[in-house]
Design a protein around this ligand. Structure first.
Ligand SMILES: Nc1ncnc2c1ncn2[C@@H]1O[C@H](COP(=O)(O)OP(=O)(O)O)[C@@H](O)[C@H]1O
Ligand SMILES: [Mg+2]
Length: 275
């Protein structure tokens, strides 16, 4: 179904992702773990073509995603929704409108400018919000919601695209444990009930072990582990995270660098939506 084949992403001389390969045969729930800078975000961003692919192929249902251009590339981005650590909602817009923004790459700029949503779009957005347990938030501004609620709105926006694949880049790194659990449960439910593939970058091991069917471990741009949660022993984890003292099961990703990158994602996402 998804075959990542010898994929590399170079920034100058540096390989952010270095000859990575893995294959997912059915719509799995795949976790990608590794310390900050390992290449997790770059790998996801290559998959939805937010960043360049220097070499290699990404085959999804028989098509090479890496070579898509123009309308074909945008169509793929429509099938491959992205969720970010910082939610990337439009803060002053109401929740329902944020959800309907999931349709942006299918609509004309003019219709979008004047917020010309069809009744069918509105009904669908409300149904999705209902399903995620936040229907009562629909008329509120996104900025008035808690982080956990905002991330559920972002998931609703992704679902509005009716994607085959959901890519989530550290979706719970900014949330407290209770909201982190709600968001992960929501992603898992979408996978189980709808059969959508979910690929989620995670910083913490316990979450990967608990939710994922399959875990890919990255270190210095390379895939150093590919297996089931049971195979993810402390020894393996030490190998993924490096054997030094900075390894910690509860490490989080609130470095300045991580925050900077989240900002870049917001920008790239806005660009993609407006393209
Ligand atoms: N736009 C960019 N320009 C230059 N280097 C980058 C860029 N994006 C990522 N990198 C580098 O690629 C490596 C992997 O980054 P990233 O994919 O963000 O890792 P992770 O998500 O695992 O923290 C890091 O060394 C990072 O500094
Ligand atoms: Mg990252």
């Amino acid at each position: 179904m998804l075959h990542i084949r010898n994929v590399t992403c170079l920034f100058g001389q540096k390989a952010a992702v270095d000859n990575a390969s893995f294959q997912v045969d059915r719509p799995g729930f795949v976790g990608i773990i590794g310390r900050s800078g390992a290449g997790k975000s770059t790998l996801l961003r290559m998959m939805n073509r937010l960043t360049h692919i220097s070499s290699g192929a990404i085959i999804f249902e028989g098509r090479n995603i890496a070579s898509l251009q123009g309308a074909d590339k945008r169509a793929w981005q429509g099938q491959c929704a992205m969720i970010f650590q910082q939610f990337n909602l439009v803060p002053r817009l109401d929740v329902a409108a944020n959800v309907m923004h999931g349709l942006l790459n299918r609509r004309s700029t003019l219709a979008t400018m004047f917020n010309l949503w069809s009744d069918a779009d509105i009904t669908r957005a409300l149904e999705i919000l209902e399903r995620l347990g936040i229907a009562e938030q629909a008329p509120k501004r996104a900025e008035a919601l808690s982080g956990g609620q905002q991330q559920r709105v972002a998931i609703a926006r992704a679902l509005m695209q009716d994607p085959k694949v959901i890519l989530a880049d550290e979706p719970i790194a900014s949330l407290d444990p209770m909201n982190a659990q709600i968001v992960m449960d929501t992603l898992r439910r979408i996978h189980d009930e709808d059969g959508r593939m979910v690929v989620v970058n995670l910083h913490t091991l316990d979450t990967a072990r608990r939710y994922c069917d399959r875990v890919i471990g990255m270190r210095d741009g390379r895939i150093v582990f590919d297996g089931t949660p049971d195979q993810l022993t402390t020894g393996v984890a030490r190998d993924i995270y490096g054997a030094d003292a900075s390894f910690s099961e509860t490490a989080t990703s609130t470095s300045i660098e991580a925050l900077g990158r989240a900002g870049d994602d917001a920008y790239a996402y806005a660009e993609q939506m407006l393209a």
